[in-house]
Design a protein around this ligand. Structure first.
Ligand SMILES: [Zn+2]
Length: 160
């Protein structure tokens, strides 16, 4: 399986290639689609609170969609490969696309399945989509891979 090359991206102690089959009824994709449509209108009002893909500056999410999971917005995890991730939790991330099937082999957020999420424009790995059954999901995005839209303005001004 091709996914084996992405072991380091799994938010879990198990290899990514052990992904399990999607359970019947997979409504997750429709869900994402709805979020994209809903956020399409939002993105017309891009303000300084928008968070962009660090690599290509594609709008990924917004500060107003920040949520707390387990009483915290930001979490720090290390995976078995020794890679440390600072992740921030958002209820929506329309700029993210899921690039793996849901896996229940999970260790960071108990009871949630996860999928790898990448930038819809440049495919850079941005984080994971975590889902609890079909009732609730959120995005855990790597803080370092996002850049605030206000910061991009500052850095433009400071460029010699
Ligand atoms: Zn990107």
């Amino acid at each position: 399986m091709k996914a084996c090359s992405s072991h380091a991206l799994a938010p879990t102690g198990r290899p990514l290639c052990k992904m399990r089959r999607i359970s019947p009824g997979g409504a997750a994709d429709n869900d994402d689609q709805a979020a994209v449509i809903a956020a399409g209108d939002e993105s017309r009002n891009i303000g300084k609170h928008h968070l962009l893909c660090r690599r290509c500056r594609f709008p990924v999410t917004n500060e107003s969609w920040a949520i707390q999971i387990n009483q915290a917005h930001q979490h720090t995890f290390a995976n078995p490969h020794g890679i440390v991730f600072d992740i921030r939790c958002f209820s929506l991330a329309p700029g993210c696309g899921s690039v793996s099937r849901p896996s229940l082999e999970f260790s960071w957020f108990s009871g949630f399945s996860w999928q790898i999420s990448a930038c819809r424009r440049c495919q850079m790995h941005l984080g994971w989509r975590f889902a609890q059954a079909e009732s609730f999901h959120f995005f855990g995005l790597i803080a370092d891979h996002l850049i605030s839209s206000s910061k991009t303005h500052e850095s433009t001004r400071q460029t010699p």
